[in-house]
Ligand binder design. Sequence first.
Ligand code: HEM
Length: 401
Amino acid sequence: MAVDYNPLLPEHRRDPYPFYRALRAEDPVHFHELLQGWILTRHADVTAVLRDPRFSSDRSKIRIEALRLPPVRQELREIASAFERTMLFADPPEHTRLRNLVSKAFTPRVIEEYRGRIAEIVDEILERAESARRLDVIRDLAYPLPVTVIAEILGVPSEDREAFKRWSDDLAVLLDPFVSASVFERAQESALEMHRYLRAVFAERRRRPQRDLISRLVLAEEHGDLLSESELFAVCALVLGGGHETTTNLIGNGVLALLRHPEQRRRLRDDAALMETAVDEFLRYESPVQFTGRTATADCEIGGKRIAEGDFVVLGLGAANRDPVEFPDPERLDVGRRENRHLAFGAGTHACLGGRLARLEAGIAIATLLQRFPDLRPELDEPQWYPAIVSRGLTTLPVCF
Ligand code: HEM
């Protein structure tokens, strides 16, 4: 069937959901000519692939030109190759080894210990905004909160967050298809700077270990068989990058959804206990990660289409999260939605490691914002979306009160 799907259109950035709806209705397992890969938009199909060990996360298996990056500079070869083999892009048993090294830092008990610290950071931020009578939800709250928390978990100074942001922004676009030469060059510069920075932190922690995640990982690196120096860098870069931009977008997208749905905002204000289901609804309704991908390692069939070994499959997480077969009235924001089996954190072996932390931060940030400034109003008519396909988030969200 000839569905003309183009995620690069500005209309798609503004509102991708009509495009997803059309794909899901007309061709839910769609072969995209330009990508030379399949795009899946049904909840059941996306879930099945995420849970199917025949679909690999290993990016070296990808044969698609649009997704292949140019060769990296000599000095980056080793870290680029470690990054390509980081847990996000590894299959078991490699994946299990890498994930086990960091998963202890993200257990429910450990994350719960951050509740007080998160509330403290949010209060400090909103205190400062109070006298100004306005704030940019992204710049002043949604960005500094997660970056400060993840920096503290890792054990890097959160004062360096401007640099973390630049590096993570530059590297995150490498997940998009069709990366231009200048974007690629910038990403390489950022990777080099980040490498230099983190290596200095590793050296310091080797001399004086602390109670943070980097110290623990450095110890694992010293037992050379557990983690090499470049793997150490790759895992820290993944946690640092993965741990903040996505959460920034969850907070920003959640606040925007409430500004656009005053009746849902009133519901939340009148019943604060709804915040838990509300955060999952923000994740479903405006998912910070819209797509992920897998490569088939065996011939198989999805929705009547034959997927061949080596084919690339693009999983529409944002599309699956609006599938009417799974979610009654999916285009409606419902902060009290029950049975919300959204895929915003993926599913299966690679299900997000930081989901609990992201939920906790977003819940506290949004609840406190609504309590302190009940008459919050947007200052812009049109939301300013970040120019990316995989990530969905705002560049700015100025509000006054
Ligand atoms: C709203 C916030 C977040 C969203 C929407 C999100 C989304 C995702 C998704 C969709 C995946 C799975 C990718 C795949 O299967 O291909 C994933 C994996 C991952 N996430 Fe998150 N994430 C968020 C926050 C975090 C935080 C706070 C951290 C770290 C502290 C984190 C660390 C990771 C890691 C390490 C993985 C790789 C897990 C693996 O491969 O086993 N994420 N995330």
